[in-house]
Design a protein around this ligand. Sequence first.
Ligand SMILES: [Zn+2]
Length: 193
Amino acid sequence: MLRGLTVHQDERLHPDCLRYLAGYSEKVLDQVRELVAQGRLGEVLSRRYPAAHVIRTDRALYDFTLGLKNQYLRSSSPLGKVLYDTRITAERQALGLHSYQGLVQGARIRTRNEIRIASLFKSAPLEFLRMIVVHELAHLKEREHNKAFYQLCEHMEPDYYQLEFDVRLYLTLLEQGETLYGPAGPETTPASG
Ligand SMILES: [Zn+2]
């Protein structure tokens, strides 16, 4: 695919994958609307996810991502930079960004993968961060959101679909001008797993 190119870059904003709650049934949407109307969405989420994670720096995010990659995708092309990015916002329908660069080095092409995570995940449950990192890591192997892609996501995170839904609930909460843990989140020890 990259043959003949000295530099190839493709940034994928994948706008379709995490649009708040589009695609869920009316029944589900009604339940969410009711929680929002009652002002109980935050309460429901904080009961399920009582603490924010402590992966606050790009360095910590890199280590976290590399740990997951080494566990599940060791043979995939190496990670480049991994960082939180304030320019990625849910309003622009993106939560993460995976870009790759094919560099011709002599006879072979080396791919450098960069992962950017929306900085709203800095103050979020560990499960939510894990879900979005798993999503971006799965793009190392599958560029499209096809069946193989979601199977890979589920392999890395068995609760992938539930977490994706809960992330959408979380975005809905943020849209209401509420937060779960305040802007920085409490200092807690990260949950295991
Ligand atoms: Zn995607």
